[in-house]
Ligand binder design. Structure first.
Ligand code: DGI
Ligand code: FE
Ligand code: FE
Ligand code: FE
Length: 187
C-alpha cells in the first residue's frame, strides 16, 4: 500500500481532531529526525500510524488484545495504553506493515520501555510535543527537545507519571522502566 492510501486509511479511523494531532506528530517526528538523526521515512510512517486504533471502541480494542495474544497484562492497566499495542497489531495484519522498528515505535509510543530505539524515542517524544499539545510542562519539554532527545523524553515520562500519581491511577511498569533506564544512562 502506498503512503497516500495509508494516510486515507488512517484518517478514516479517527475524528478530525485526532487526525490533526496525527499530522502534528508526523511533522514533529520529521523535525526531530532532522535534528537528531534517524530514518525520516520510518519516522513518518510510525508517526502516521501511531494512534491508528486510538479512536476504536474500547471493546474492539479489548477483543484484539484477548483474541490475538497481545499481553494480557495490559487489561490490568489504563485503557489509554491499549491502542498502542492494538494499533501495531492492526497495521501489521490489515496493512502489511512488517517493519519491526516501525511496529515497535507504534507499540511503545504511550509507555516507552527499557532500551528504547532511536525511532521509538522520536515517536514517543513527538507525541508529547506536537504543536497541538497543551498541558502543564509542555513548554519545558519542547525546550529540552531543542537540544537533547533523552532529556526531553525523560521529562515527558515524568509528566505522565506525575499525572498518573495525581489521578491516583496505576502506572504501567514499562513507563517506570523507560524512565529509570533513561536516567541511568545519563552522563
Ligand atoms: O494517544 P495520545 O493521547 O496521543 O497519547 P498517548 O498514547 O501517550 O496516551 C496518553 C494517555 O496514556 C494519558 O492519558 C496517560 C496514559 N498513560 C500513559 N502511560 C501510562 C498511562 N496510563 C496508565 N495507566 N499507565 C501508564 O503507564
Ligand atoms: Fe497514542
Ligand atoms: Fe505519548
Ligand atoms: Fe498520539
Amino acid at each position: 500500500m502506498n503512503l497516500e492510501a495509508l494516510r486515507e486509511a488512517t484518517r478514516a479511523q479517527m475524528p478530525e481532531k485526532r487526525w490533526t494531532h496525527t499530522l502534528g506528530v508526523v511533522d514533529t517526528a520529521l523535525e526531530l529526525t532532522s535534528r537528531f538523526g534517524g530514518d525520516p521515512a520510518k519516522a513518518e510512517l510510525a508517526a502516521l500510524l501511531h494512534d491508528y486504533a486510538k479512536a476504536w471502541p474500547i471493546l474492539r480494542q479489548e477483543q484484539v488484545i484477548r483474541e490475538q495474544g497481545l499481553p494480557k497484562e495490559l487489561l490490568d492497566y489504563g485503557k489509554e495504553l491499549w491502542h498502542a499495542h492494538v494499533g501495531a497489531w492492526v497495521v501489521r495484519h490489515e496493512h502489511g506493515i512488517e517493519d519491526e522498528e516501525v511496529l515497535n515505535a507504534i507499540r511503545y509510543h504511550t509507555s516507552g520501555r527499557e532500551n528504547m530505539t532511536h525511532l521509538e524515542k522520536i515517536v514517543c517524544l513527538a507525541d508529547y510535543i506536537e504543536p497541538g499539545r497543551d498541558y502543564p510542562g509542555v513548554h519545558k519539554i519542547r525546550q529540552l527537545a531543542e537540544h537533547n532527545l533523552d532529556e526531553a523524553l525523560t521529562a515527558g515520562l515524568d509528566s505522565t507519571i506525575g499525572l498518573l500519581l495525581e489521578r491516583g491511577e496505576c502506572i504501567f511498569p514499562l513507563t517506570v522502566l523507560a524512565r529509570n533506564d533513561l536516567i541511568r544512562r545519563r552522563k
